[in-house]
Design a protein around this ligand. Structure first.
Ligand SMILES: [Zn+2]
Ligand SMILES: [Zn+2]
Length: 90
């Protein structure tokens, strides 16, 4: 008698076999193609020229930094905090 827990796997899709699936070594995310993984890995090791001036947060796109600053530091980045102009000619 084999009373196994009947798995309710009535998917019928047939996509369980991960032939040659690769996973990211950084975050563990899986990808079907190596090219996709390579592309993804770049997000970890790729160029991230945009950095948060408040901490060590880095991002590949500026919008990510803006979003980070708003959510983490609660800083409104819409209005760029320009350096207080002390040389106003008026
Ligand atoms: Zn990753
Ligand atoms: Zn930050």
């Amino acid at each position: 008698m084999s009373t196994r827990l009947a798995r309710m796997g009535g998917g019928g899709g047939g996509g369980d076999q991960r032939a040659g699936s690769v996973s990211c070594l950084v975050c563990g995310r899986g990808f079907g193609r190596l090219e996709d993984l390579r592309r993804h890995v770049r997000t970890h090791t790729g160029e991230k020229p945009y950095t948060c001036p408040m901490c060590t947060f880095r991002a590949a796109v500026m919008s990510s930094v803006y979003r980070h600053m708003r959510t983490v530091h609660n800083i409104n980045t819409r209005a760029t905090p320009s350096l207080t102009p002390s040389n106003l000619p008026t």
